[in-house]
Design a binder for this molecule. Structure first.
Ligand code: BGC
Length: 939
């Protein structure tokens, strides 16, 4: 190459590099993770003003969004051309990146909305447009539903001779009647309809739901991947419908739409407390389905559930119950029953029912939360034969879901699967903690072979909590791979990661996650195995601060808070202790549980900046406050407290203390929530009352030495986390708190109410040394004791078993309340906490004490990923921190002197994007913008 050419080439390279660098800067910020109503491309929503959000990615420190533009179009083509025929926000100077309400043309039923967004960075440069995202609208008006509720009227036909009696809308079945033989026990229904299409399909959508549970089929295939749809609501008040895009499943020509219908929470058995099986909402299941087809020529057609459908109860699924399990007789299979060619002449006509008249179905609403779906499959690790012909499969994990069985058999032979969490000393599966109050089965599935050969069975319309499965009825020994565990739950995105130098703590973090998976089943439940599985408001509330680090629970709680605040508030004004609420005999106030109706909305506001939950439930929450005030004398709560510090073990708190502490806390949180939605006058009133309650609390329950009346660890935990420590008594109360921890030799003795607040309380008291000791204690009772003997989920009781002898009764091995300690792992050990609602401001303060040498924590907040990673060696500390774009953080770097602190090798105070604020106790405190920072310091 001659010299001139060389020069030109290098000039060209320089120019090219310049262009590349310039475009890199131009695109310094990228917009991703577009979501509407917290969901990625949701279908069928009924929110008329969906809330939009996105995450900003940037390689620069201190990145900010100074403006945004959202474009929403009715077709992908228009969106691509930048034509926002539904909404073009234009350039809006704002740093808002979530909770942004759609403000375009009114949204109507069935509309498709395609959207994209771009932002302007801190220098005012525009990002590229995001990838497109979408949502569709569902059926917004009752009149949009042309479908009718259909069912197979078995009860009417059988009621004369049935062993059960219909009384006050409740079906009671005597104890000694086996559920499958009770004629009144609604058998699963098979429903179908053939139809022909004569044009080319452009788009096909099914809107469907059931009273009971349903699985929809189209042309022989399953529609969607939901399990246990439509999930649990108070069906008399709200019923969720599901929306499925079935464009690729329908065809020009003959088609068949079909469904299997089972009992579930709506109808079927109930094993809760009473020795009778009771149905809570209805006695038989019904289906509502509407298939809407748009053709390429613009015409439309609907196939709806109506009296033209055919139905039978003689299909292979003979019985299904959430708690009991299923019975499936493969000899009764009807090949092709869900395809167009099937001859359904022997099936009967279906009966149609008018909502309101014949059946009580509440308002139809879209299913806003992530559906219950299979998220993983697990293989057993061992198989034993404790008795001849009795095989027990063991999994390494206590899980929730069901099993797929693939085995050889002979026609007519029945195999039974009994699921349980523990094994008896003789090696068989223990069922003593399933609390079966009647003679009915629990967690057991039965399958009858249709042929002599290999067959595969997988249940539906039930779920089990189990680590062990006893298989009976096989003539030959199954193989280890004959059984597969299918794990399913509300599939909220998992957003947290925690690891540290102590493997037991890592397993504890995993156990907490597993218990959350297993208990988030449409609603947050207490347990997945025994005769309860209810939406206890207390359990959900106690666990919530840990829960939000593990999963994005925004849409899950947006749904459930309707169950709690709108559907389960009792006439007296208090929130029921479980939602959906179904226990007419119970329902008295239960402090700590009742308050879930205020604390859970607050946590959703705190975590996601969600003010709509506050607005939606404000009136209900105010009624709860009015009830609290009515039940108080001189600001002390004197009403019914209920359970108190449930399952505490000598370290609880007095009931009066609990009642008044919660009352102060509720008013305090409501003041903050009132401010957040512009109800300033209320805020002043609530704050004033919270102050008066706190003063009354101090006067009535604290003595001059800082003792709290009738209280041990839990009392102090409440006081420190609920703002009930008067400045004048603080030092003494810290000492008393520490005394109660020392008294039990650093073992937690708290119950459901005190446990979530124990370590955070010690943290606020400046006693993290004690908190670490409690956290790392291995002897019982403690968090690590179960882990040390092999637990893989969180136990209901501190000492649920010794690893050898199973204890029956109320002894769930999968109950997440004590897993509330996850808050300390993420929030304190990892040091990640919101400093402003929705993590717009982040508080990073890792707590580093003896016992751990490193921890790595990350959390995908609604604004993007936050991460910390710290390591100590002798007195040297390394702390890496990642803060997402468009947020800022206050970072506490443990250091004896700010001068020792460096960031990326430079004195921290001089580092790009880092501002020294102050020394605070044993930490140098900095303000940082977004980006990744590498601090080093001497402690
Ligand atoms: C549940 C608990 C629940 C309590 C309320 C128990 O049976 O399993 O987790 O909070 O009842 O009373």
């Amino acid at each position: 190459m001659n010299k001139e050419l060389k020069q030109r080439t290098s000039q060209l390279i320089l120019i090219l590099a310049g262009i590349l660098a310039a475009s890199a800067v131009l695109n310094a910020a990228n917009v991703k993770e577009l979501r509407s109503e917290y969901r990625t491309n949701p279908l069928g929503m009924d929110a008329r003003f969906p809330r939009l959000s996105w995450v900003i990615e940037s390689v620069r420190r201190g990145e900010k969004q100074t403006a945004y533009q959202v474009v929403v179009a009715s077709t992908p083509e228009r969106l691509a051309q930048g034509k926002g025929d539904l909404w073009d926000s234009g350039k809006v100077a704002s740093d808002r990146q979530n909770q942004l309400e759609y403000a375009g043309k009114p949204l109507g039923s069935r509309m498709s909305c395609y959207w994209k967004v771009r932002i302007w960075d801190r220098d005012g440069r525009a990002s590229a447009w995001s990838h497109p995202a979408s949502w569709t609208m569902g059926l917004l008006h009752p009149g949009d539903w042309k479908a009718e509720w259909i069912g197979v009227n078995q009860t009417a036909a059988a009621s004369a001779s049935a062993p059960g009696v219909l009384a006050h809308g409740k079906l009671r079945i005597d104890n000694d009647v086996h559920c499958e033989s009770a004629t009144n026990w609604a058998k699963p229904r098979y429903l179908r309809k053939s139809f022909t299409l004569d044009r080319t399909v452009h788009r096909a959508t099914v809107y469907a739901t059931a009273l009971g549970l349903y699985e929809l089929r189209l042309n022989g295939q399953r529609v969607g991947n939901h399990f246990l749809a439509p999930e649990w609501t108070d069906y008399h008040k709200h019923v969720q419908y599901q929306t499925y895009d079935v464009t690729s499943m329908v065809r020009n020509g003959p088609n068949a739409l079909a469904a299997i219908l089972g009992n579930g929470w709506y109808s079927g058995g109930w094993q809760h407390w009473t020795p009778k099986l009771e149905v809570n909402y209805g006695t038989e299941p019904f289906l509502l389905a509407q298939l809407e087809i748009e053709f390429t020529d613009g015409s439309r057609q609907m196939i709806v559930s109506d009296d033209s459908w055919r139905g039978t109860t003689n299909g292979p699924l003979q019985f299904s119950g959430i708690y009991e399990g299923v019975t499936y007789d493969a000899r009764l299979e009807m090949p092709g029953w869900d395809t167009p060619g099937f001859n359904d002449a022997k099936w009967s006509t279906v009966t149609t029912y008018q909502a309101g008249d014949d059946l009580k179905a509440g308002r139809l609403v879209w299913q806003r939360s992530e559906p219950i779906r299979a998220t993983q499959e697990l293989k057993p690790v061992a198989i034993t034969e404790p008795k001849p012909g009795v095989y027990v499969f063991a999994f390494a994990q206590n899980m929730v879901g069901w099993c797929r069985l693939k085995v050889h058999g002979k026609v007519g032979e029945t195999v039974e699967l009994q699921h349980g969490e523990m094994r008896n000393p003789d090696g068989t599966v223990f069922t003593g903690n399933l609390c079966v109050v009647s003679k009915h089965r629990a967690q057991s599935d039965r399958y009858t072979f249709r042929s002599n050969g290999m067959e595969t069975f997988e249940p539906r319309f039930t779920y089990h909590g189990f680590q062990y499965v006893e298989v009976r009825g096989l003539k030959e020994k199954p193989r280890l791979d004959s059984l597969t565990g299918v794990v399913f739950h509300s599939a909220c995105p998992e957003v947290g990661q925690f690891a540290c130098s102590n493997p037991l703590l890592n397993r504890l973090a995993l156990n907490i996650l597993w218990s959350q998976r297993g208990n988030y089943m449409g609603i947050p439940t207490d347990c997945p195995q025994r005769n309860e599985r209810c939406g206890y408001t207390g359990d959900a509330e106690f666990f919530m601060r840990a829960a939000v680090y593990n999963m994005d629970v925004s849409s899950f709680f947006n749904k459930w808070l309707v169950d709690v605040c709108e559907d389960s508030q009792l006439p007296g004004g208090w929130f029921a202790d479980h939602a959906p609420f179904f226990c007419p005999a119970g329902g008295g106030p239960n402090i700590g549980w009742t308050d879930g109706g205020i604390i859970c909305p607050y946590e959703i506001y705190r975590t996601y900046g969600d003010t709509r939950v506050i607005r939606d439930h404000y009136a209900a929450m105010k009624r709860n406050l009015e009830w609290l005030a009515k039940e108080s004398t001189d600001f002390l709560f004197t009403g019914r407290v209920g359970n108190g510090d449930w399952l505490s073990n000598g370290g609880g708190a007095g009931k009066e203390v609990i009642g008044t502490a919660y009352s102060a806390f509720d008013f305090h949180l409501m003041a903050e929530m009132a401010d957040a939605i512009g109800e300033g006058k209320d805020a002043v009133e609530f704050r004033d009352r919270a102050g008066k309650i706190a003063a009354a609390f101090a006067h009535a329950y604290l003595d001059a030495e800082g003792h709290i009346r009738d209280s041990s660890q839990s009392g102090y935990a409440l006081a420190f986390t609920m703002g009930l420590v008067p400045a004048s008594l603080k030092e003494k109360m810290i000492e008393r708190f520490a005394d109660e921890v020392r008294r039990f030799d650093w073992h937690p003795r708290t119950g459901f109410i005190g446990t979530p607040r124990l370590l955070p309380g010690l943290h606020l008291a400046g006693r993290d040394d004690d908190a670490y000791k409690l956290l790392l204690t291995r002897t019982a009772p403690s968090w690590l004791y179960p882990v040390s003997i092999g637990a893989t989920t969180i136990w209901e009781q501190w000492v649920a078993w010794d690893g050898k002898t199973p204890q029956g009764g109320m002894n769930s091995l999968n109950h997440y309340s004590f897993g509330s300690v996850g808050e300390y792992l993420y929030g304190m050990v990892g040091g990640i906490q919101p400093a402003a609602p929705g993590y717009k401001q982040i508080h990073v303060q890792p707590v580093i004490r003896d016992g751990l040498t490193w921890a790595k924590t990350s959390y995908d907040s609604i604004c993007g990923k936050i991460a910390t990673s710290w390591k100590v060696e002798a007195d040297k500390l390394e702390l890496d921190v990642t803060i997402p774009a468009n947020t800022a953080a206050t970072v506490y770097v443990p250091a004896r002197d700010a001068k020792t602190v460096t960031e990326s090798g430079r004195p921290a105070a001089q580092s790009d994007g880092v501002r020294f604020l102050r020394m605070e106790r044993d930490a140098a405190v900095y303000e940082v913008g977004s980006g990744t920072y590498e601090f080093e310091a001497h402690r």
